[in-house]
Design a protein. Structure first.
Length: 349
């Protein structure tokens, strides 16, 4: 099969023909329908400090935002017990929990499993024609769901979990970063009851999209003073919740400096290197609550994602700007590097 691999600690990926995988015990074999590119895949493409710290071994098939058709299963798999069958389209929960008895697994946080792995970082991922995953990581798509929508449920779940990790209803919030994931976060915040939504974003086109998805005010942090703009719009009350999506050290510091005392912070953006910030002034003496977001609650967040799409009417495909065959991966990642795209889909066939 064709597969996109990270083979060395240098920029770029390589496309190879490799053996297709076979499903092991409790696994299913998926015929990959589409995979979308995540910002974390760009970290692997560039191979920055975070990638070097996080990925334990190479070579590695990359990619994790995906969906596929179940075509085979390994021993121990009872598809009907899970309301699944051969031919079903499924999204993939990319945090591969081991089913162990660790504290997170016992307390409803399987995405934090002490022995867990993440698809495309610790185990061969989805930028390939075929993929094996544990059957317990399959989320069945509703009838008629477009494969791109099924693939985008994984990153949308990150956005939903970022929003819902603290009380959001009626709160004034700041979202830093309006790339594809930031735009998803805006849509989720609006749908689940946020009050006034401020968005900080460098690119004018993305600021316009943020307004279209429900932001009340957009800020250009290069040419405007974030604190002054929000202070003016809120009559000095500032904001209650910071949702950091950009992975920018400056954006994080600006947000922490302006959030109200006793506020809540959710960090989803990945920082390419060590972050510098003033803990004493901007965190401790403000009494902030900080939440790191890694993935989705299994399966609570996925239910909220389906509610956002099917009941509340959010179409994640509106964030898709480009589609490529897997052979055209270099075009896709060069667009990602320039920051001029929304979500990008890679089709294996």
């Amino acid at each position: 099969m064709k597969a996109l691999l990270k083979t060395s600690k240098n920029p770029g990926f390589d496309l190879f023909d490799i053996d297709a995988p076979s499903p092991k015990e409790n696994e299913v074999l998926l015929k990959t329908q589409v995979s979308t590119i995540c910002g974390s895949d760009l970290h692997l493409w560039e191979w920055n400090q975070w990638a070097d710290d996080f990925v334990p071994r190479l070579p590695l098939v990359v990619g994790h935002e995906t969906c596929g058709e179940i075509v085979d299963c390994g021993s121990g798999v009872n598809l009907s017990k899970l309301n699944l069958k051969i031919g079903d389209l499924v999204s993939v929960e990319t945090h591969l929990f081991s089913g162990c008895s660790c504290s997170p697994c016992k307390n409803g946080k399987k995405h934090l499993c002490s022995s867990g792995e993440i698809l495309g970082f610790h185990k061969n991922g989805s930028f390939a024609e075929w993929l094996t995953v544990p059957v317990d990581n399959c989320w069945k798509a509703r009838e008629g769901t477009d494969p791109v929508t099924a693939s985008l449920k994984e990153p949308l779940g990150n956005a939903v979990q970022t929003v819902m990790t603290q009380p959001i209803e009626g709160k004034t919030i700041l979202i830093t970063g309006a790339g594809p994931l930031g735009l998803m976060t805006i849509a989720a915040a609006r749908a689940f009851g946020a009050g006034k939504i401020f968005v900080s974003e460098l690119q004018a086109e993305r600021r316009e999209k943020a307004l279209g998805l429900g932001a009340d005010h957009v800020i250009d942090p290069k040419n405007q003073n974030l604190h002054s703009v929000i202070e003016d719009q809120t009559k000095g009350k500032m904001f209650d919740v910071l949702l950091e999506i950009s992975g920018s050290n400056q954006a994080l510091n600006d947000g922490l400096a302006s959030i109200s005392n006793g506020g809540s912070v959710a960090l989803l953006g990945l920082f390419p290197s060590t972050v510098n910030l003033s803990l004493n002034e901007n965190v401790i003496f403000k009494g902030l609550t900080i939440n790191g977001i890694t993935g989705r609650l299994i399966w609570d967040t996925w239910n909220h994602v389906d509610s956002l799409i099917y009941e509340k009417g959010f179409d994640p495909k509106k964030l898709l700007t480009h589609s490529f065959k897997i052979e055209e991966y270099e075009k896709a990642f060069h667009l990602m590097e320039k920051g001029v795209s929304g979500k990008i889909a890679l089709f294996p066939g």
